[in-house]
Design a protein around this ligand. Structure first.
Ligand SMILES: Cc1nc(NNC(=O)[C@H](CC2CCCC2)CN(O)CO)c(F)c(N2CCN3CCOC[C@@H]3C2)n1
Ligand code: NI
Length: 182
């Protein structure tokens, strides 16, 4: 199982590289890795397991964070009334809103062992295409929290960290034309 020992921390160049596309169909090893990434998120959200294995809670994970520079992400969380749980190969944003959105609590990262305060402006709504663990091509229209999480993960595939989006002059400046998400 993936534990915090497997999570690469900032300073490791893999986190600032552009990850490689996964050749389709994915190999059984790549499918297993994506399943393990999803399992990490589920384990990290279970109080007992998280405590026992000292897992930091996560709702998203990108393959470069476990040392694999491939375009694979996992997301797992409850959004409003629906459960969002996806493992995606080669996720890509195919369209997005002009309007932005940001978490009023700011963001963190399992690969960043420090608080970096500030608003992280992201697109409010996105349409994402990718291939799921079953090998199906899917298209997701996301808004709000789900949209934020997926953008954080796709950023990792392009070597971008959440703090790269924070305004250095005024980290808590209200981003223009943006929805505040609590
Ligand atoms: C927002 C949040 N970020 C948590 N951690 N950070 C992460 O997931 C990083 C990715 C997120 C940072 C901001 C957007 C994406 C990991 N990243 O670095 C991957 O690239 C949480 F853990 C969390 N939740 C709320 C839901 N809760 C359900 C019950 O279990 C606990 C869980 C806690 N919400
Ligand atoms: Ni992260």
């Amino acid at each position: 199982m993936i534990t915090m020992d497997d999570i690469v921390r900032e300073g490791n160049p893999i986190l600032t590289q552009v990850a490689t596309k996964v050749e389709l169909p994915p190999t059984s090893e790549e499918i297993d890795t994506l399943k393990e990434m999803l399992m990490y998120l589920k384990n990290s959200q279970d109080p007992e397991i998280a405590e026992q294995y000292e897992l930091r809670p996560g709702v998203g994970l990108a393959a470069p964070q476990i040392g694999i520079s491939k375009r694979m992400i996992a997301v797992h969380f409850d959004d409003l009334d629906e459960k969002i749980s996806h493992g995606l190969f080669n996720p890509r944003i195919v369209s997005h809103s002009v309007e932005k959105a940001y978490l009023t609590s700011g963001e963190g990262c399992l690969s960043v062992d420090r608080e970096v305060p500030g608003y992280v402006p992201r697109y409010a709504r996105i349409t994402v295409k990718g291939t799921n663990i079953e090998g199906e091509e899917l298209k997701l229209r996301l808004k709000g929290y789900a949209s934020i999480v997926i953008q954080h993960e796709i950023d990792h595939l392009n070597g971008i960290m959440f703090y790269d989006h924070i305004n250095p002059d005024n980290p808590f400046e209200k981003p223009e034309n943006a929805i505040a998400l609590d």
